[in-house]
Design a protein around this ligand. Structure first.
Ligand code: BDR
Ligand code: CA
Length: 308
C-alpha cells in the first residue's frame, strides 16, 4: 500500500481525495493549508473527516495565509462558507497535533526517508515553508504529486489563466516548483477532461455507505454552483491527483516539461507557464499528467464511497 502524506484544504474535492486515500492507501498525516476557506475551517473539516473514518490520523495545522500577498477571493462560493457545503456538522472530536504542518512534513519524512508520497491538494504554502527550512526535503520523499495549474491557460480563478491552488499563493508554488527536481502535475484542464456523468456518480452515491452519505451532503453547494455555471458532470480535481498518487500506473499519457509560475504579469500572476516548445533550456521538473485510465479512476472513487 502506498504511504501518503497529504497537504490539503478541505474542501469538497479534498474530502473525496482523502476518502480515496483512506480506502486504498495508508495516511501518515494530514497537513492543513488555508485556501478554499480559512484555516480554522479547513482544520475543523479535516478533523470531521477523521471522525467519520474512525481513524487515527494526525492532523497538523498549517500557515493561515499565503507567503506574500492575500488573494482577492477564496473558494467559499464553490465549497460553502465553511468549506463543507454548510451542512452544519457537530464539532469534531479528533485532535489537532501540537506541531506546525511544515515541521511535521520535515519530521515525518526524516523518520521514514524514501517511503512517503507527498500529495499536495492545496495552495503550496506549507510545502514552501518546509522547503525553505530544509531544502533537502525532496531527497526524502518517494514522490510528489501536485494538484495545480492550468497548463494551457484555461484556469478557474478570477484571474483568467490561473488555477486556484497556484493563484492563491504563487510565491509558494514557485518555491516548490524550483525546489523539487521532479513531481507529477495534475492540472485543472486534466480535471475537466476526467469528469463523471452526473447520473453515474449519483448511482455510486446511492450504492455507497456512510461515506457516500457524507459526501452527498457536503457536495450540495459545489453541485449547485456547477449547474448554475453550465458545468455539467462531476469534476473533482483533488480526486484525480489522488488517483495518480495511489496508483501511478493509472496514467496513460503524460509529458515531461519545465513548468514555472508567473509571479508578476499584468494579466498572468499565478499562471503556470509550461515550456511546451523547450525554449528555456531548463530541465523538465514536472511530469504533466494528461490522461488517466478512466475505469480505474472510477473504481478508486467507488471504493472510497463504499460502492465498489
Ligand atoms: C483546486 O482548488 C480547490 O478549490 C480544489 O479543492 C482543488 O484543490 C482546483 O483548482
Ligand atoms: Ca484542495
Amino acid at each position: 500500500k502506498p504511504q501518503l502524506l497529504i497537504d490539503t484544504d478541505p474542501g469538497v474535492d479534498d474530502a473525496l481525495a482523502i476518502l480515496m486515500a483512506h480506502a486504498h492507501a495508508d495516511i501518515a498525516g494530514l497537513s492543513i493549508a488555508a485556501g478554499n476557506v480559512g484555516l480554522a475551517h479547513t482544520v475543523r473539516n479535516a478533523r470531521t473527516l477523521v471522525d467519520l473514518l474512525g481513524a487515527t490520523i494526525p492532523v497538523f495545522g498549517g500557515c493561515p495565509s499565503p507567503l506574500v500577498r492575500m488573494p482577492e477571493e477564496d473558494a467559499a462560493f464553490v465549497h460553502g462558507t465553511d468549506g463543507f457545503g454548510d451542512v452544519g456538522f457537530p464539532a469534531p472530536v479528533a485532535p489537532v497535533a501540537d506541531e506546525a504542518a511544515a515541521l511535521a512534513l520535515l519530521r515525518l519524512t526524516r523518520e521514514r526517508p524514501g517511503e512517503l508520497t507527498l500529495v499536495a491538494l492545496a495552495p503550496l504554502t506549507n510545502l514552501a515553508l518546509a522547503l525553505r527550512l530544509d531544502p533537502t526535503l525532496p531527497q526524502r520523499v518517494k514522490r510528489l504529486v501536485v494538484m495545480g495549474g492550468a497548463v494551457t491557460g484555461h484556469g478557474n480563478t478570477g484571474k483568467i489563466p490561473a488555477e486556484f491552488n497556484i493563484g492563491f499563493d504563487p510565491e509558494a508554488a514557485h518555491v516548490v516548483f524550483e525546489g523539487f527536481p521532479e513531481f507529477d502535475l495534475v492540472d485543472w484542464e486534466a480535471t475537466l477532461r476526467h469528469a463523471f456523468d452526473d447520473a453515474e456518480f449519483d448511482q455510486w452515491l446511492a450504492a455507497g455507505d456512510k461515506r457516500a452519505d457524507f459526501f452527498g451532503k457536503i457536495f450540495g453547494t459545489a453541485r449547485a454552483y456547477n449547474a448554475s455555471h453550465d458545468r455539467h458532470g462531476v469534476v473533482a480535481a483533488d480526486a484525480l491527483a489522488m488517483a495518480v498518487a495511489i496508483d501511478p500506473a493509472i496514467v496513460i499519457r503524460s509529458e515531461r516539461r519545465h513548468v514555472a509560475v508567473e509571479l508578476d504579469g499584468r494579466l498572468t500572476r499565478g499562471a503556470t507557464v509550461v515550456d511546451w516548445a523547450g525554449r528555456l533550456g531548463r530541465p523538465a521538473n514536472a511530469n504533466v499528467v494528461l490522461e488517466l485510465d478512466r475505469e480505474r479512476f472510477a473504481a478508486l472513487i467507488r471504493g472510497a464511497l463504499g460502492a465498489a
